[in-house]
Design a protein around this ligand. Structure first.
Ligand SMILES: [Zn+2]
Length: 215
């Protein structure tokens, strides 16, 4: 690939490349502003990127059946220590995580997702890490989706997880309280260059947790 003449500059935090009217501009930035906000909002979509071009999007239109059948794709097998997704070799044996050797344990994780929330008039996209997906799913580990809840029943944890996603994304779902970290980068003229939101915590049952006290 041809080297971009701005490549070296991109590493410097004080500058930011932007596209303006079809031209690449170099702007001096002020330091990023981190802010923690807590809002009450409805979740309209959860999108799980799988590859650069492929993603699974769950929303109010997704049927319980389709959510359940997409579960194997929204989890991955990773290194139990650092969470790195592990690839398989030609014999479908998982490769080891080289940075964590001699530790070779594996674990199944939920994929990080992009959550779209609706807050009045605005749609906001928030990054959600694997651990918080697990919290949203009442701490049901991705490792036990195929397990039955009680030996005599046929109900698996996967079915419960699909049902939780389904009710969370339903049009009639109660809003949840979300603790979000926002990152804003602007230039010297307060021109917004970048904004980024990530979920810090999730409180599903507003009645129980007293949302009004939190807000
Ligand atoms: Zn590792």
């Amino acid at each position: 690939m041809k080297k971009n003449k701005f490549e070296g500059l991109r590493l410097k935090e004080a500058f930011k490349l932007t596209m303006e009217k079809g031209r690449i501009m170099l702007r001096k930035t002020t330091s990023p502003v981190h802010r923690v906000i807590q809002i009450k909002a409805q979740i309209s979509e959860l999108a799980f990127p799988i590859t650069a071009t492929q993603k699974i999007a769950l929303n109010a239109h997704s049927s319980l059946k389709s959510i359940f059948s997409s579960l194997p794709n929204i989890v991955y097998t990773g290194c139990a220590k650092c969470g790195l997704e592990l690839e398989t070799d030609e014999n479908r044996i998982y490769k080891q995580c080289f940075s964590c050797l001699p530790f070779t344990m594996k674990k199944i994780y939920y994929r990080p997702a992009l959550m779209t929330i609706v807050d009045g008039r605005h749609d906001v996209c928030i990054r959600v890490e694997s651990k918080l997906i697990e919290k949203i799913l009442l701490n049901i580990s991705a490792d036990c989706l195929n397990r039955v809840i009680v030996p005599s029943s046929e109900i698996t944890y996967g079915m419960v997880v699909a049902d939780l996603f389904h009710s969370l994304l339903a049009v009639s779902a109660e809003p949840c309280v979300l603790k979000i970290q926002s990152l804003f980068v602007s230039d010297e003229n307060s021109y917004l260059l970048q904004q980024d939101f990530s979920l810090l915590d999730f409180y599903p049952d507003i009645v129980k947790h007293g949302a009004d006290a939190l807000l």
